[in-house]
Structures are given as structure tokens and as C-alpha cells.
Design a protein around this ligand. Structure first.
Ligand code: P6P
Length: 331
């Protein structure tokens, strides 16, 4: 079977964007380049002492930045800046957005290395990215309003999973496609064409340490997942890696739901709307699933600030709708 490379795929799909003059393709190829560089470092993090451990700094969330977080952030910004068509980047690792080429027509939101607390214990981690057309005037500096757009305005989104193999999964609004990296020749190959959630999901992912810190409706749903009921294939399987991209990717392939609800310590949930929830929501809806904050569609939320958090329920449509039902009817 002739394998298709990511580069060939990008060219083949170029016609999806008449008049885009290849801008989007250049952005996706910049992400491809940076992900190869980051993948190489991630895969030797165990050896590269200079990468392991904290960078001695904190991001806006007050989370200790791992050196690899900072390294990944710099590589993606560099690669995207060199393309010349990106006017700004919002990143988990930077308090404010970064101004790039004011002639650029696109902005990027990204979590350069999500799940970084897993770096030192050799568990899969990931990059998440989201692409929008700017709303401010080309030729002028990028503005905050370019970043505070609802998820429905995304033109592309995806993730890179640094796992047993490195994969890039993305959408430009015409389905979801997955590419696996062959580090021997430095090429991503199309390995998962037209990805869709399976009809049924039987996996639930949540940090159950939060069980007693979340709402009764969410607790009811967890109990529902654990009930013995042959007809509906319950109890479901509990799986939680603690790395969003890894949990999401497994659920996309095998079927399931990932939940990070509001808790006593995180009243708006933990995950960030702009560079974690929206990009995965775009992929989810393209793959036939649903992403909500427990009530409404994530991609319809009008953002108010760059690092805003939201409660997050994402995965098979019927599973997300079920937890929404429990939340709606909670006693
Ligand atoms: P907790 C990693 O920090 C992350 O943003 C996601 O990748 C992951 O799913 C979640 O937080 C883990 O959070 O509170 O369960 O450790």
C-alpha cells in the first residue's frame, strides 16, 4: 500500500482552502517541523539531564515550568514566526500573547507541552494547537480580540502526542486525520485516515481523587459508570493517565469520555478554554463526538480572557449527553 506523507496530504488538501494561498498549509508544516524537534528532545528527556526537571520559573497558572515546556514553547514560536503569516501566538507558557508579523493573517493558541508533570516519569505528553483568522486589521499589531474568539471560528486545530510513537492528529474542518512519525527518516505518514469516535464508548477518564470535591450530578454519573448492567455494557472501564492528550487520543480511538469538572479547588475546572478545550472540541465534533462544559457546547462559549478555565466533558456524544443529564437533574 502506498503510504502518504503529511507533506503530500497537505498539498492534496490545499484545494480545501481556495484563495488561502497556502497559508494554512504553511502553518501546519511549521507545526510539523517543531513537533519533530520537540519529539527528539522528549524521547531523550530521560538521558538529557539538561532538560529534565524544573526550569526554575512559573507560568501564569503558578505551575512550575519544566525545562521541556519552555523548550517546546520556544521551538513552536520560532517555527511559526519563520512562516511569516502568523501575527500572534497565545500560549500557556506566556502570561500575555506574543506579537509576531503584523502582516500575518492568522493567530495561534497553543499548549506547547501539556501534561508536563509526566515528563520525569516517562508518561506520554502532548502539544495542543488552535488556528484562527485574525479579526483585527492586517498590517496593524495583533490585538487581544484576535485571541478571544469563540471556538466555532477555528480554521484548524490538532495535537501532537509524544507517546510510544509520536503522532500528529489535526483537522481543518474536513474530518480528522492522524499521522505517525518515523524518526528514522523524519517523516510523518498518514496512519489514521478520517478518524471517528466509535459508536459506543465504554471508558471514563476523570481524576477520581476529585470525587468528593465535585458536584452531585458528576458523582451520580461516576456511580452510573460503575454500576453492573450487562445490557449497557457497564461497569465501564476507568482509565486516567493524567495527560489530557493521551487520554483524549485513547478515547478517540477506543471510545470514551474525559471529564475535568468544576471542583472545590478549581471552581471553573482546570483546563483552559482557548488552547486545550476548544482545539480538542473542534477535533471531537469533526469526529462525531461532543464537547461541553456540562451544559452548553464548548465551542460556543465567548472567551473573556486568554487563560480562562472551563469545566470540560468531551468524547462520545451519548456519554457526554448522559453526564449533562445527571448534572441537569442533580438533586
Ligand atoms: P490533575 C496536565 O496538567 C493537565 O492539564 C491535563 O493534561 C491532565 O488531564 C490534567 O491536567 C491532570 O490534572 O488535577 O488530575 O492532576
Amino acid at each position: 500500500m502506498k503510504l502518504k506523507t503529511l507533506g503530500e496530504f497537505i498539498i492534496d488538501r490545499q484545494q480545501d482552502f481556495p484563495g488561502s494561498s497556502g497559508d494554512l498549509s504553511r502553518i501546519i508544516s511549521a507545526i510539523r517541523l517543531a513537533s519533530k524537534i520537540v519529539s527528539q528532545q522528549v524521547n531523550k528527556a530521560g538521558l538529557a539531564k539538561h532538560i529534565l526537571g524544573g526550569a526554575g520559573t512559573e507560568n501564569i497558572q503558578g505551575e512550575a515550568q519544566q525545562k521541556l515546556d519552555v523548550y517546546a514553547d520556544e521551538r513552536f514560536i520560532e517555527a511559526l514566526n519563520n512562516r511569516g503569516n502568523v501575527c500572534g501566538i497565545g500560549s500557556e507558557e506566556n502570561d500575555d500573547y506574543i506579537e509576531l508579523n503584523k502582516e500575518g493573517k492568522y493567530i495561534i493558541l497553543m499548549d506547547p507541552l501539556d501534561g508536563s508533570s509526566n515528563i520525569d516519569v516517562n508518561v506520554s505528553i502532548g502539544t495542543i494547537f488552535s488556528v484562527y483568522r485574525r479579526v483585527s486589521e492586517v498590517g496593524k499589531p495583533v490585538e487581544l480580540r484576535d485571541f478571544l474568539q469563540a471556538g466555532v471560528k477555528q480554521v484548524a486545530a490538532g495535537y501532537v502526542l509524544y507517546g510510544s510513537s509520536t503522532m500528529m492528529v489535526y483537522t481543518t474542518g474536513n474530518g480528522v486525520n492522524g499521522f505517525t512519525y518515523d524518526p528514522g527518516i523524519g517523516v510523518f505518514f498518514l496512519s489514521h485516515p478520517d478518524m471517528k469516535f466509535p459508536d459506543q464508548g465504554k471508558v471514563y477518564s476523570m481524576n477520581e481523587g476529585n470525587f468528593n470535591k465535585t458536584s452531585e450530578g458528576v458523582r451520580e454519573y461516576i456511580r452510573y459508570c460503575q454500576e453492573v448492567d450487562k445490557e449497557t455494557g457497564r461497569p465501564y472501564t476507568g482509565r486516567y493517565i493524567g495527560s489530557l492528550v493521551a487520554d483524549f487520543h485513547r478515547n478517540l480511538i477506543k471510545g470514551g469520555i474525559y471529564m475535568y469538572p468544576a471542583t472545590d479547588s478549581s471552581p471553573n475546572g482546570k483546563l483552559r478554554l482557548l488552547y486545550e478545550c476548544n482545539p480538542l472540541a473542534f477535533l471531537t465534533e469533526q469526529a462525531g463526538g461532543r464537547a461541553s462544559d456540562g451544559e452548553k457546547r464548548i465551542m460556543e462559549i465567548e472567551p473573556t480572557h486568554l487563560h480562562q478555565r472551563v469545566p470540560y466533558f468531551v468524547g462520545n456524544t451519548e456519554m457526554v449527553q448522559k453526564v449533562e443529564e445527571f448534572i441537569k437533574n442533580e438533586k
